[in-house]
Design a protein around this ligand. Sequence first.
Ligand SMILES: [Mn+2]
Length: 301
Amino acid sequence: MNRFSDTREESNRLQIVIDEKVKSSGKAMSLKRKFHEIRRLFRHQTIQFIAFAFVILCVVFLLATLGDSPEERAGEHLSHVRGGRSNYNPISDNGELPGSEDPETVLKDSLGNFEPAEEIDAGTPGELGKPVQIDAGLPEVKRAFSEFGFNTHVSDMISMNRSLPDVRMDQCKYWHYPEDLPTASVVIAFHNEGWSPLLRTVHSVLKRSDPRYLKEIILVDDFSDKEHLKDKLDNYVQQFNGIVKVIRNKEREGLIRTRTIGAMAAKAEVVIFLDAHCEVNRNWLVPLLAPIRRNRFLEKL
Ligand SMILES: [Mn+2]
């Protein structure tokens, strides 16, 4: 009996001890969690603070940079160009192309050194870019539109070497350019292009480019299936004594890969891509080559 009550008491006491232990451990856990929560919050705020400070620093840096006078910035960047130092940076931060001030490309009172003779109206359709009036309901016109997307029937009526109006600003005629220019390869990619638009593109480049700088015209055929772009084209370009070349893709590649194939085959120093149904106008090439020449000259400094 005594022993029993002793054991009971013992067991009761044990229960209390356990309860207290559980209680105290629960208290300790909630404290620990709180501590963690505070720490996490603090950490979060620290990150926020650091991010905020970083943004402020960026703004300060930007303001300081923008605050520089143009002379200061020119001194930092363009002096490398003009002074000819080896750490030349091709892109100045004010967006100006370093070659844009070419002392050898000059505006004078006299007509430019590459100005060609005036183009004259030969009296045939489309001369000087004049519109050709035709009945849009003609079956040939409808067929041309459905096959090529534009009126190749009219294009076929126009001379391959037709004259064009001078659409430039008047000032363009008075610019003088250096003559030691790089050579150019003109790459023309096409797929099932109409005959006369394609060949007029070629003729216009040949007619209006100084032969000193036009090394070649590369026609890249992106797997056309039209009959006029096969042997007929190969035979036609033979009259140009090798200046006009034809490359053919063995499968359809798409415009950009076709242009790339043309560029890989190009032998000149500069590659120019043209659409297959356009015409270049007078003195088109030299103003494109002169800044490249200038840029290459600066690079060598
Ligand atoms: Mn086009």
